[in-house]
Design a protein around this ligand. Structure first.
Ligand code: 6PG
Length: 243
């Protein structure tokens, strides 16, 4: 399948460019809808972008934080204080450094909030439906990562969650540490107005090549290939991942 790719020398330049594009989308979203709803990805790759957003005075100052709403595309079902928590990573890199209202930060719940991952997933879906007032969950921007076996968010190859067409958020058991996770489903992933995959490092080279050779994205064994929102995702790769 054809990927809409931009290649950067390294993660630092990739992150700077991703932030510039994010802020342009933010400006348009606030102009048109009065708010910027962004779905964040976890893992390691996006941390540089998040810290640039918080640490670069110009970028931080030009952001109208009262209009920014942060969501997550997936989360590990661990306490928000756990080193494996995507929320914790984002809080350390971004949230704790910027004047965003607490009510604008919408983390996926953990075991400290709901005793089961299923209950946490249901609660987050309710929060999304409330925010989008029952309309489609069209994030202004969703950031996604890519696993070496083609997972994105916490949709892994072979997962029954890949067939979910009604629920927006489900609990899954992933072949990763930790296994219990919450993830948005493809109906959400294919609804965003803008989608960026941020992919860096030589360990992603093989999966990027596999995706480029994928003949049938909609039925691909690689969950990331099935993310086909209108206009298609933009793939921001460093040279190491692009090969
Ligand atoms: C997660 C992520 C996941 C991530 C990929 C890539 O919770 O782990 O949301 O989908 O984006 O695993 O992770 P890296 O950026 O660490 O390679």
């Amino acid at each position: 399948m054809k990927l809409n790719i931009r290649v950067f020398p390294n993660l630092d330049t990739l992150s700077h460019s991703a932030l510039d594009a994010l802020l342009r989308i933010m400006d348009e979203a606030i102009r048109e809808r009065g708010r910027f709803a962004v779905s964040l990805s976890g893992g390691h790759t996006p941390a540089k972008l998040y810290s640039l957003w918080a640490q670069t005075e110009k970028q931080k100052a030009r952001t109208d934080w009262d209009c920014v709403h942060l969501f997550w595309g997936d989360e590990r079902y661990v306490p928000h204080t756990d080193p494996l928590s995507n929320y914790r990573m984002t809080n350390e890199a971004l949230i704790s450094h910027v004047p965003i209202p607490a009510g604008n930060v919408h983390p996926m719940p953990g075991p400290e909030h709901f005793s089961t991952a299923e209950a946490a997933a249901e609660a987050y879906e309710s929060e999304l439906r409330k925010f989008f007032t029952g309309a489609a969950p069209a994030f202004d921007l969703q950031l996604l990562g890519l696993g070496t076996e083609g997972h994105t968010a916490s949709l892994f190859p072979g997962s029954p969650a890949l067939d979910e067409r009604v629920r927006w958020v489900v609990a899954v058991t992933a072949p990763a540490n930790p296994p219990q996770r919450l993830t948005v489903t493809l109906p959400v992933l294919n609804c965003a107005r803008n989608t960026f995959f941020l992919v860096a490092g030589p360990d992603k080279r093989e999966i990027i090549a596999a995706l480029r050779n994928e003949p049938t994205p909609q039925a691909s064994e690689y969950p990331a290939a099935r993310v086909q929102p209108a206009g298609g995702p933009l793939w921001l790769l460093d040279q190491a991942a692009a090969g």
